[in-house]
Design a protein around this ligand. Structure first.
Ligand SMILES: [Zn+2]
Length: 370
């Protein structure tokens, strides 16, 4: 069983690298949003209370949210993992992977998975939003019941090999999608609270479906079927509408948040690195330092300064230049100065082996202008 899961995981990891990770997603703004109605079909109905299946509530909210985006933000393309009551596979792992595949193929900029909670205790209530990560297990009984409810959707962190792969992935994530997923999760909770919901907060869990999607993503739990008050709310038109509106409000804010990052990037100011910043990559026809316009490969951006001698830059020692800006991600680290995008793209291929989120940036007068 463990062995099987490990292979399944290896498959996730491979899928990720073959899909090619696109940090440009973030830089280009929010163009495609993938909405995933959790569960579905006869095999995966999700929670069930008093004649109501979780899968049906998830789908109702997904369709309402999608309709709101299509109507009010027509520049954004909405992609649904499912618009009907269906499952993608008899195996849960494959079913979750199929949803991630749809999102990755659509080159989504944001993934929103919609779920409904249930707990043994009828008093458990409220909304929570999960992002990929790991946090110490909460000890109280309610939380344990919640985990039971979601156990099959989680990666098995008690398996050492699995845990090592997933932790390495999570660490890498902090540099790229992590902050965006967290921002979206917080915005979702903020809008829920505004509509009078009980706030259970943002939580980190090693979720399979988020692990396999190559974009910022969240999984939101819209309330407890097992709580009488929330059951009534979620099965009413008014309640479903309010939930979809909350999620839509978060999407709108998130779009502005990403736009803000874009504006910040345009103000980026070039700072000379402490080591020779413009060493020529082998075989590339790099342009001279005096050139005003050029392309470079951005390896990573960070909220904190990363020393140019840092171990992660090992194979680019002496070639990395730091670009600073006033934004959240104050520090960008780039290599190369290329006359054309094509030449930068050749270097990018190499860079991606170590910096999976690397991408090409356009620079002018020592600033990143994209
Ligand atoms: Zn669920």
């Amino acid at each position: 069983m463990r062995k099987f899961l490990f292979f399944a995981l290896a498959f996730f990891v491979l899928t990720l690298s073959f899909n090619g990770v696109r940090a440009e997603n973030i830089a280009r703004g929010v163009r495609v949003i993938v909405i995933d109605a959790g569960h579905g079909g006869p095999k995966f109905p999700g929670a069930y209370y008093r004649g109501v299946y979780e899968k049906d509530l998830n789908l109702k909210v997904a369709l309402r949210l999608g309709a709101l985006i299509e109507k009010e933000l027509p520049e954004i393309k909405v992609v649904y993992t499912r618009k009907t009551d269906k499952q993608f596979s008899e195996s849960l792992t494959k079913d979750l992977q199929a949803r991630a595949d749809i999102a990755n193929r659509a080159e989504g900029d944001l993934f929103i998975s919609i779920h409904t909670n249930a707990a043994q205790s009828a008093s458990a209530r409220g909304v929570e939003t999960l992002i990929m990560g790991e946090s110490p297990l909460e000890k109280n009984a309610n939380e344990r019941a919640l985990l039971d409810n979601r156990r099959e959707e989680l990666l098995d962190m008690s398996n050492e090999k699995t845990a090592a792969i997933v932790r390495a992935y999570i660490q890498n994530l902090q540099f790229t999608y992590g902050e965006y997923s967290e921002a979206m999760a917080r915005l979702v909770q903020k809008h829920y609270v505004r509509s009078g919901r009980h706030n259970r907060g943002v939580k980190r869990q090693p979720l399979k479906v988020l692990y396999a999607t190559d974009m910022p993503g969240i999984l939101t739990e819209i309330g407890f079927l097992s709580n009488a008050e929330e059951f009534a709310y979620m099965t009413s038109d008014k309640g479903l509408d309010a939930i979809a509106r909350s999620l839509f409000g978060a999407v709108k804010d998130y779009t502005a948040f990403v736009q803000g990052t874009l504006l910040v990037e345009e103000d980026a100011v070039y700072e000379q690195g402490e080591e020779e910043p413009a060493a020529q990559p082998k075989g590339g026809s790099a342009v001279q330092n005096t050139q005003k316009e050029y392309f470079a490969v951005q390896l990573l951006s960070s909220t904190k300064r990363v020393p140019l001698r840092d171990a992660q830059f090992k194979s680019y020692r002496g070639k990395v230049a730091e670009y600073a800006s006033d934004g959240r991600f104050k520090y960008k680290y780039c290599v190369g100065r290329f006359a054309s995008r094509r030449e930068a793209e050749a270097e990018l291929k190499k860079a991606k082996r170590e910096f999976r989120d690397a991408f090409v940036v356009r620079c002018s007068n020592g600033r990143i202008v994209r």
